[in-house]
Design a protein around this ligand. Structure first.
Ligand SMILES: Nc1ncnc2c1ncn2[C@@H]1O[C@H](COP(=O)(O)OP(=O)(O)O)[C@@H](O)[C@H]1O
Ligand SMILES: [Mg+2]
Length: 496
């Protein structure tokens, strides 16, 4: 790819990017959220047309007008959100849209070819299974098989490990190594440094739509890659101090709830979190974590069991009644649930405290105390905003997250429910959010931390609960935790 430029309204997503990948190579495309990785690869796979620049495949200049053109050139991309048809079988999905005429469907032959490819690349999946019966990891294998079946010899994977257990990541990496070994070119998009160091032969780092560098993986380090990705020096350190545990704050017993489809999402969940303790919840997304946070904060009804906060039964309380129990909530969806986009930063920060002194005097808001209060928080939490009156929708992701944290921490929580608090943040913002959570722990708050990043859970939590299909498979101390065991529990085996 030579000097590729791609504009979206108001942003130059790809700013004259040069990029190349060789046969037999695993090439990582590394960059923070919004760096332009997906856009660049969508150009390569024919989904977007570049505004400027040229693409050469095996030395030939090509002009792609659609994903079909890209596939014909041997380019296959596995997107972050899979594009499979749920009621159909694996084999049907793999052959969907191929040019074979309808009346000439050789099912047995197709299945044989799929099984052959499965074996060749270690991508185990039953060709006759229906997509809805498969785990997310299996669905990903189907996507990869679909590309291989079409003869792809340049395979692009967009952040493929986000939805996998540690064991599945290892299996995926083994597959990618086999593909490279057979002479295919693999492009691996990621923002995770450990993975990039582990799997790639070469790394291209993007920042703000530009290439920062292309280096051989053996000639670089995690520190150097982080510096290139962020544009400054990065420390990988959070300091978890020993904390004396106090009284039980959150008690969950035999909790049950349904998901949005009316199916059981929580099946008999029990645990306790004490003052000064962080309980991390690990699990592949969609195993009940979101519903758990929602039931505890009063946003979803429990259908059985109970929740109590400092001995007070809150199972059937409204969100407002639960907030009054000094419960804070950092929700997954920041702009939807966490903040009011069109309201000013200051209004968003006082959203939960405005009925109480010192911000309210009788029925009136005390404007001056509010200004001072908000100014202090903006400084303490390092929120980059032009003024207190700026609507929060104009802030960047890291600043949105710090605004929520400022508000949720300023209520002096007894219990904090934090759902993916660092998702989508750059390394610097991630570090400051993690430290803010640890400070709350030192102040004696009980924290329920739901996160996807196992390293983060291990660094912050005192204990880790692993969820699978609405159940807790086991709770283990974070210190000295066995990643393999956690991975097995994430895939559904009970703690032994
Ligand atoms: N379809 C789109 N419409 C408008 N803006 C987009 C679109 N896709 C991406 N962008 C913007 O382009 C930039 C690069 O995004 P993307 O390629 O998705 O980054 P990455 O994959 O590295 O996280 C971001 O600022 C993003 O908001
Ligand atoms: Mg992306």
């Amino acid at each position: 790819m030579v000097s590729i430029a791609k504009r979206f309204p108001g942003v130059l997503a790809n700013d004259h990017i040069d990029f190349d990948v060789k046969a037999g190579e695993i090439h990582a495309l590394l960059g923070e959220n919004g760096a332009g990785k997906t856009t660049l690869m969508s150009v390569l796979s024919g989904l977007y047309r570049a505004d400027e620049g040229e693409i050469y495949i095996k030395g030939q200049k090509v002009n792609m007008r659609s994903p079909r053109d890209a596939i014909d050139l041997g380019i296959g991309m596995v997107h972050q959100n899979f594009m499979l048809v749920e009621p159909h079988t694996v084999a049907e999905n793999i052959t969907l849209g191929l040019k074979t005429p309808r009346f000439f469907l050789d099912t047995a032959g197709t299945e044989r070819r799929i099984t052959g490819l499965s074996k060749q690349y270690g991508l185990q999946v039953d060709p006759r299974a229906r997509i809805w019966q498969l785990s997310v990891g299996e669905q990903q294998r189907v996507e990869i098989l679909k590309m291989l079946y079409r003869g792809a010899d340049i395979l692009v994977l967009d952040e493929p490990t986000a939805v996998l257990t540690p064991q599945e990541v290892e299996e995926l990496f083994a597959t990618l190594r086999r593909m490279a070994g057979e002479g295919q070119a693999v492009i691996f998009i990621s923002h995770k440094l450990n993975e990039v160091m582990d799997i790639s032969n070469r790394v291209t780092v993007l920042r703000h739509g530009k290439v920062v560098a292309s280096v051989n993986t053996t000639e670089t380090s995690k520190q150097e890659l982080a510096r290139m990705m962020v544009g400054r020096e990065v420390l990988f350190r959070v300091e978890k101090k020993p904390v004396e545990l106090g009284q039980a704050v959150l008690k969950v017993e035999g909790l049950r709830a349904l998901n949005d489809k009316g199916l059981p999402a929580l099946k008999d969940i029990s645990f306790t979190i004490r003052e000064g303790e962080i309980l991390g919840v690990a699990g592949v997304a969609g195993n009940g974590q979101r519903e758990l946070a929602e039931v505890i904060t009063g946003l979803r009804k429990a259908t059985g069991g109970c929740v109590s906060i400092s001995e007070c039964d809150t199972t059937h309380c409204s969100p407002r009644e639960i907030i009054r129990q000094q419960v804070s909530h950092v929700p997954e969806d920041r702009l939807g649930m966490g903040l009011v986009p069109n309201l000013a930063v200051s209004d968003n920060i006082i959203l939960k405290g405005y009925r109480e002194p010192p911000l309210a005097k009788g029925p009136f808001l005390d404007r001056l105390s509010i200004r001072n209060f908000v100014a202090k928080l903006i400084e303490a939490f390092n929120i980059a905003t032009p003024t207190q009156e700026t609507p929060v929708r104009l802030l960047s992701g890291g600043n949105l997250q710090r605004t929520i944290l400022a508000r949720e921490i300023s209520i002096g929580p007894r219990l904090m429910v934090a759902v993916h608090p660092t998702r989508g943040l750059d390394i610097g913002a991630t570090e400051s959010v993690r430290n803010l959570l640890l400070e709350q722990r030192e102040n004696g708050a009980a924290i329920l931390l739901i996160a996807e990043d196992l390293d983060e859970l291990l660094a912050l939590s005192d204990r880790i609960a692993v969820m699978y299909e609405g159940k807790i498979m086991g709770i283990v101390p974070a210190e000295g935790a066995d990643i393999e065991q956690i991975g097995l529990m994430m895939a559904g085996s009970k703690r032994t």
